[in-house]
Design a binder for this molecule. Sequence first.
Ligand code: NAP
Ligand code: MG
Length: 404
Amino acid sequence: MEKIVMKTPLVEMDGDEMTRVVWQMIKEELLLPFIELKCEYYDLSLKNREATRDRVTFDAAEANKKYGVGVKCATITPNRQRVEEYNLSEMWKSPNGTIRAILNGTVFRSPITTDFIKPFVRTWKKPITIARHAYGDVYKAAEYRALSKGKATLSFEGENSESFSETIFDFKDGGGVIQGQYNTDSSIKAFAHSCFTYALETKQDLWFATKDTISKQYDQTFKLIFEEIYNESYREKFEKAGITYFYTLIDDAAARVVRSEGGFIWALKNYDGDVMSDLVSTAFGSLAMMTSVLVSPDGCFEYEAAHGTVTRHYYRYLKGEAPTMNPMALIYAWSGALRKRGELDGIRELSDFADKLEGACMKTLSAGIMTKDLVPLVTEGFSATAVNTEEFLKTIRSNLEKTL
Ligand code: NAP
Ligand code: MG
């Protein structure tokens, strides 16, 4: 068989620990034999971020912006313990945070679903994709713990003598707590564009929810910006695609989501998204089956697995144990990126290959061959055999070869 030839390079961002090892295995077993892989490679391992003073992360993000499509391995976000472990000169920032800031993008997380791993919520039949607005609000708030009586005010000094001042609370009976949050029109707009773009891209309904009845300026602004952008730029496209944009209150949305069949995108403000993404991903069963894509408002895509570098498995691997990590989400990061690259460059074979690769993964799982993390999750009566990562990849490969 002739290998598939690519046009535009895919931005490849390598990572750390167990996922770095499995990344290489996936390339060797499932990609390089079939595709003349054209990648612009960036090594985002912590070691190389240290060596380049994190320059490599910025360069990778710029390349992703230039070429439009990237695929990223999981990376360590250093904490104090990692600074010691890797002898770092600085506690480098989260690469995902850096890339997200440069692309000004929104992260969409969706589970890979099967018939034999049932979500905890019985009505869910299709994936629910969570889009979290990862900017501002309580994550960048100014806070104060007041210890005495006193008055808290909210004030603003704008250009052109715009000004505002209002009492938040007059503390008459001892102190209390005060918090000031902000968000920006430009960030909310970018969030809205990413959400509408991705809904069209995946032909799924988009839900958005805030508490605008209570927060008549703050949350209301989110609601209005979404509405305005929808009406101006997306309503017609949505109607043509047969999908809908649905706005409701956050508590109503939470109740509806539980009763739904799934199969839509749920856009959430920063804190709501933080909470709901963990709730929804856990309810779907497994972090190892959760995919993630960063979408910029101007249509750049970066695909990755939602999980981290699976450190505990890595330490076992260093002691000589064969890898048992579930590679599904990493494989889907590659298939997602290759499909997108194929679409943008008009290379049908490449997009078809992505479909076939995912098909081969599903065929393998359906035959009961899976990594051990999934075995306890299958429905009663389904017979499953645990294999290690290498055996799992080899079975996928043989299923893939049958379809090429
Ligand atoms: P993690 O790497 O996602 O792993 C947490 C646990 O979940 C693992 O120990 C494992 O449980 C299970 N797990 C996750 N993915 C799995 C897979 N594919 N196959 C089998 N089991 C899987 O999270 P973490 O341990 O909190 O973080 C480790 C490192 O990853 C940290 O340095 C963090 O900074 C980084 N991180 C990176 C990203 C990213 O780059 N996007 C995201 C999150 C975390 P068992 O050990 O019980 O088998
Ligand atoms: Mg969280």
